[in-house]
Every structure is written in C-alpha cells, then in structure tokens.
Design a protein around this ligand. Sequence first.
Ligand code: CAA
Length: 379
Amino acid sequence: MIHFALSEEQKELQNTARQFAQKEIAPVALQYDRQAAFPGEIIQKAHAVGLMNLTCPKEYGGQAMGLVNAALITEEMNAACVAIAGMIGINSLACGPILIAGSEEQKRRFLLPLNQSGKTASFGLTEREAGSDAASLKTRARLEGDSYVLSGQKCFITNASYAALYTIFATLDPAKGSKGICAFIVPREAAGLSIGKVEDKMGQGSLNVAEVILEGVKVPKANLLGHEGEGFKIAMETLDEGRVNIAACGVGLARAAFQAALDYSKQRIQFGKPIGTFQALNFMLADMAAAVDSARLLTWYAASLADQGRRFTREAAQAKFYATDAAMRVATDAVQIHGGYGYTKEFPVEKYMRDAKLMQIYEGTNQVNRIVAGGALLR
Ligand code: CAA
C-alpha cells in the first residue's frame, strides 16, 4: 500500500521546524535580505534545537535522519526564508564528500568538532570556466612529499566567507578530465587560502556566496578523500543528495508563495468580490496548489529511494528541476495575483520571486538536471 500519512515522530519534527522557522526566521527574513546580513545567531539557535546537520550520523555530531525526514524540516525552514535556511543547511552539501568518502578517522577529526560547535563548511567545486562542465575544473593539486599543494580559484561558493572548513575539488592532471579530479578537506586556517569577491546578488541576500582563492595551499595526504581520481564521483554523489535537498527548498518556497497569494486573493476585493473567486485567478490558484503538491511528491519519492539505499540520481535531478521550476512559476504568479502591490517591498512575494530564481541555477542549472535525468532514461 502507498500511504502519504506522516508518523507521529515525523509530525513532531515538522512541527518543531515550523515553529522555529516562523518564530526565528520569517519575521527577520526581509531585513536580513536587505542588509545581506550573516544570520550567525539564527544558525546557532538552529544548531541548539537540533535543526542542523540533519543527515549526518550521531557519532559525528549529526541528527542521523534519512532524507525524507530531512525534507520535512527543509520545507519548513525554506518556507520562512530560502537564504537563511540555506546558510543553516549548507553543511549537508559541504560535508557530503566527507560522509560519502571519508575514513573513520577523517569523519571523527573533521566532522565531529564542526558539528558539535555549530560551525559551517563550504563545498568548493565551481570555477569561473567550470560551472555546468564541472569536470573541466583547473584548480591544480600536486603531490609534494607527504602533502598535496593546491592552487587555483573557486567561485560562487556558498558560505565561503564563514566556513570553518572546505571540501575542495582539484585536478592532478587536467588532461585526464573527470578521472584526474581529487577531493580534499581544507581547513579554513590553511596558509594560502583566502576569500575573494563576495557576490552582490539579485536575491537570497543573506546567503553568502564568494570566491575561494588557493595559493599554494598545503594539505597533508591524510586530507585526501577516498583515492586519487575519485573526486568527480564523490562530487556527483554529493550532488545527488544535494539536489533532493534543493527540491525540498523549492517546495518550501513554492508553498509560502502560494499561501501568500491565496490569503491575499481572499481579502482583496475588486468588482465587489474577493479576487480569488474570479475564474482567471481561481484557475491560477488551482495550478499553483497542484504545482506545490506534485513538487512535494517528487521530492519525497527521490528522498525515499535514497533512504532505501537505492539509486536515485534520476529522481533527484527530476525533483530538483521540477520543484524549483515550480517555485519560480508559483512565486511569479503570486506577484501577479498581488497586482501592483506584489511588485513592492511591502509584500513578501517580490522576495519569493527573487529568491526562487537562484534555485533554478544552483546545484546544477535546471538544464543540467534535465541532462542528468534525460541521460538516465536512455541508459
Ligand atoms: N553518481 C556516481 N557517479 C557519477 C554520477 C553520479 N550521480 N554522475 C556521473 N558519475 C560518473 C560517471 O559514471 C562517469 O564515470 P565513468 O567515467 O567511470 O563511467 C564519470 O562520473 C563522468 O561522468 P559524465 O561523463 O556523465 O560527466 P560529464 O563531464 O559529462 O558531466 C554533469 C556530467 C552531470 C553535466 C556534471 O558535470 C554536473 O553535474 N554538472 C553540474 C555541476 C553542479 O551541479 N554544480 C553545482 C555546484 S554546487 C552549488 O551550486 C551549490 C551551492 O553552492 C549552493
């Protein structure tokens, strides 16, 4: 039997996250957005109540949840603010390579102190000339004695300015393509690591996104994740999980935008009636509700495959592109339903629209996610 009812434990998780998000995040979301402020205090509070490091096992300081339960929490947090929730949730992406390929010793040495302290990390894959084509990255790794020396420049790195450690992807030999790439754990204090330009973005103001510059950064051999040449697969497996997470973020934003539009369409009177009763808008609302519900089902389905230990690359990619496209469409329609007011900063829907755009771009553009999903169909 297929049933969609949540267990008591899941309802409790959802409720905890909803209360936290509506009390600690939603009231300050716009102010943080305008100031592009770092939500350090909110991150610490989320950590204190167990809303961080959701999928990391307990022995490394996490909450040991499956992806379905994590998606319930992620939806709630993102319904309040995608950017602040993104800063709270970044470790799931940044530490993914360590969980996937790290040795017991690496997990204890790096994850445990990070997760116990409530500090955050960053995932360093993208470069100026290697975005969608991640395998063409140019950051070099050279083995010198007992250390690797890393040189290059990463860009669009979420949380770069505040990370306590970085998972960095670099190549031993660019001629080898994806087979030359290695993954490394690089502590913040490593000599030669610095932060470059911080991006000034259209939306998601409090999501810090910056360059990471690596100038002869020496890391011991013990910081290599897995074996030489395994870095690309580690990155792709990390992104499989990351894309389920972003799909849940999309569901959260879409739900919030839909709710705002529904509430407004019941209150706003024109021609003597609430505007939601006019068929033109009523059909828009029906489409928006269907988009939210279907995005959620695709997200839960991909998450449940992952929780069962089954391959979920295609389902993660389709949930990601579908849910974040839905978020963009629903947010745009929410602005439309608000009319002129929707375009002002007095109402939350303009922020939803700006924030949604980035979700179609990060963790693989939605075009790349269609390549992943479409490619899997033919294999
Ligand atoms: N799991 C395991 N292995 C995988 C895999 C997966 N999901 N996907 C690919 N691989 C393996 C392949 O099997 C192949 O291995 P073999 O050679 O041994 O067969 C190898 O990796 C190379 O695969 P491809 O030939 O498919 O690789 P490609 O160069 O054609 O690229 C791509 C594929 C899907 C386009 C990939 O480059 C990609 O995902 N690009 C987008 C990058 C991205 O998502 N960046 C986001 C950065 S993080 C971010 O935005 C987040 C943030 O900060 C908020």
